[in-house]
Design a protein around this ligand. Structure first.
Ligand code: NDP
Ligand code: OXD
Length: 309
């Protein structure tokens, strides 16, 4: 039994070394080095190249290094019968919550506009907005959405949520399913997307949805670029229905230099940094699943292939 680490960014060695440091008795390989393919039982992956996960005849678990697994389902070469796990981690959730809180406050305290004004030496006080003036609607009341709701409530925001299935969360009206979507949208002055990217949610942030939001709403997408129809957002920001958007994720990352989002004064972009898996916090759950594999126990945080999340 052994682990292979597959990721194409500059964090490959850091994750591999941390796995080794925390479990010195476990053979851990980088996919870039010579390694015995038949020994590999667990692959820890982030945006793996195609045709890598099908090289391991005895693979028993594909573990995402992040919360999302959309990149695994998208890869046609991934074997169809192997359990897939993801990260569910309190640090990932609190980091996301802090980021979205900053984005919300930046919007309605007009900090983004004042920065632009500063660059142009413009002194232009805007209408003052308070926390009590806005309702935040969270699309996706899972591990991240629920933590965000908790923190927003602690900061006196009115919070509503939308999920696939009904749920009871103290202080939050949670709407469920497509039948209740428009009711949810009609109350959301600030809409935060924290949905997984699946066949059902692809392109969900489109002009049909924007039309249902109250005038001058703000859209924050910290989930996946594939949720957003870029042209529809531009249309609704440019026609003044939306006040603007905060985007952390994009169809193509890095965002191509010619993309109109870069120079748009009402669209605020960040480079997929809302919440990044913390090595120290995540390594124990990867190794716990490796132990469970060895002992034939059920895995933690396994996703549903049927639902795609
Ligand atoms: P979870 O799986 O815990 O939660 C997903 C939520 O979305 C659930 O409440 C689920 O409903 C709901 N949902 C799924 N499909 C639908 C649908 N068709 N209609 C309505 N609701 C739906 O995910 P996490 O909270 O852990 O993560 C969410 C996403 O955030 C990740 O998939 C990832 O893409 C993104 N992410 C982005 C990061 C960044 O840095 N920008 C960092 C980390 C994650 P139900 O509860 O009923 O199943
Ligand atoms: C994740 C991410 O899914 O970082 O964890 O986007």
């Amino acid at each position: 039994m052994a682990i292979v680490v597959i990721r194409q960014d500059n964090k490959l060695d850091a994750w591999k070394n941390a796995l080794i440091a925390n479990a010195p008795e476990t053979p851990v390989y980088s996919y870039l080095e010579e390694h015995p393919k038949e020994e590999i039982t667990m692959a820890c992956v982030w945006k793996q190249p195609a045709e890598t996960l099908n090289l391991y005849p005895n693979l028993q678990c594909i573990a995402s290094f992040g919360a999302g697994v959309d990149f695994i389902f998208k890869d046609q070469s991934v074997p169809g019968n192997i359990p897939i796990t993801r990260v569910v981690d309190p640090v990932l959730a609190s980091d996301m919550s802090e980021f979205v809180l900053a984005s919300i406050l930046g919007f309605f305290k007009n900090l983004n506009d004042y920065k632009t004004d500063q660059l142009n030496k413009i002194w232009a006080p805007q209408e003052y907005k308070r926390i009590s003036d806005v309702t935040v609607g969270i699309m996706g009341m899972g591990a991240l959405g629920e933590k965000l709701a908790e923190d927003l409530i602690r900061n006196r925001f009115k919070v509503i949520g939308w999920a696939n299935s009904p749920k009871v969360i103290p202080g939050v009206d949670v709407y469920a399913g497509n039948n209740q979507k428009n009711k949810f949208l009609s109350r959301s002055n600030i809409l935060v997307c924290l949905l997984p990217l699946t066949k059902e949610t692809m392109g969900i942030l489109n002009n049909k949805l924007f039309k249902e939001l109250p005038k001058q709403s703000y859209v924050i997408n910290v989930a996946r670029g594939g949720h957003l129809v870029d042209e529809d957002l531009l249309e609704y920001v440019n026609n003044g229905h939306l006040a603007g958007a905060g985007l952390d994720v994009f169809h193509q990352e890095p965002l191509p230099v010619e993309h109109p989002f870069w120079n748009h004064p009402k669209i605020h972009i960040t480079p997929h940094v809302a919440s990044v898996s913390d090595i120290d916090s995540v390594i124990p759950q990867l190794l716990e699943n490796y132990r469970r594999l060895k002992e034939g126990l059920p895995l933690m945080n396994e996703v549903s292939r049927e639902k795609g999340y």
